[in-house]
Design a binder for this molecule. Structure first.
Ligand SMILES: Cc1ncc(C[n+]2csc(CCOP(=O)(O)OP(=O)(O)O)c2C)c(N)n1
Length: 279
């Protein structure tokens, strides 16, 4: 492996670990927020913000920037941590999560530096991302790429599939959708609430090129994001198999931790486990 590649892998791995630690601190401090779906997406966000996205943190509204839409908007604590670590705003804002007047609300809002679209109503961020990609692709105004992250529960929403068809109609070669396939929602297991498989075949049937990866394997995450970015012949989808609550033994695969805050004892155990993870 080249030294450059090695450095990217290290940077993304370290950032994913740091994102989880920051999320834990934020949610514990304010006693509110979504931990489970933040932990499952940590490697994906770390790779996007530290390797893939063409962005300028000191110029958040730069018109040629790649766009990112967190369609599973409730899992914004991890996005807020990724943006702070990338220098969009001072990390001291993290402990104001969900407070009145904070720039970091319970779901993403466009006023926050680095947030390209307000989201949180499941199913709505993805169609907006497709619309952004149409603007870039058809109008050719600024030629940016659009990345969007969806939950596996979220793709129950019919709107998602209308947007998937639209992206195929225009053969958008500048959109990458990542599905965080963590198998758990807030009310239970995704497949019990609404069987959604085969996710890969469904996107393929809708005209998307699909990659399937282990969403916690940094090398696989980076390889797939690069391949999807470079594909260019049409819309690209990465199904990332992940673990909800990843990194903390008692939070993993447990819907209880979808949107709960830890008490002091739980916080300390979680912190010890996350700090003990390989850097
Ligand atoms: C339209 C809509 N319906 C319901 C909700 C409430 N809600 C918030 S998160 C969630 C479950 C999401 O599950 P998933 O997409 O799998 O997210 P993840 O497990 O990755 O956190 C639900 C039903 C919502 N935000 N929007």
């Amino acid at each position: 492996m080249s030294r450059e590649r090695d450095a990217v892998l290290r940077r993304v791995t370290t950032t994913a670990r740091e994102i989880r630690l920051r999320v834990l601190d934020m949610v514990y401090t304010v006693q509110s927020g979504h931990i489970g779906g933040s932990f499952s997406e940590a490697e994906i966000l770390a790779a996007l913000y530290n390797h893939i996205l063409n962005i300028r943190p000191d110029d958040p509204k730069w018109d040629k920037r790649d766009r990112f839409v967190l369609s599973k908007g409730h899992a914004c604590p991890a996005l807020y941590a990724a943006l702070a670590l990338r220098g969009y705003y001072d990390a001291s804002h993290l402990n104001t999560l969900r407070r009145f007047g904070s720039i970091l609300q319970g779901h993403p809002v466009i006023k926050t530096p680095g947030i390209d679209m307000t989201s949180g109503s499941l199913g709505m961020g993805f169609p907006i991302a497709v619309g952004m990609a149409i603007e870039s692709h058809l109008i050719g105004k600024s030629n940016f790429a659009v990345y969007t992250l969806l939950g596996d529960g979220e793709i129950n929403e019919g709107l998602v599939w209308e947007a998937a068809q639209t992206a195929n109609k225009y053969r958008l070669g500048n959109i990458v959708a990542i599905v965080d396939r963590n198998y758990v929602q807030n009310d239970g297991f995704s497949d019990e609430i609404m069987p959604i498989e085969p996710i890969d075949k469904k996107f393929e049937a809708f005209g998307w090129r699909v990659w399937k990866i282990d969403g916690h394997n940094v090398e696989e995450v980076i390889d797939a994001l690069e391949a999807a970015r470079d594909y260019g012949d049409g819309p690209a989808c990465i199904v990332a198999y992940t673990v909800k609550g990843k990194g903390v033994s008692f939070m993993e695969n447990d819907r209880y931790w979808h949107g709960k805050a830890p008490n002091r004892e739980q916080y300390e155990q979680a912190k010890a486990e996350l700090e003990g993870a390989a850097p």
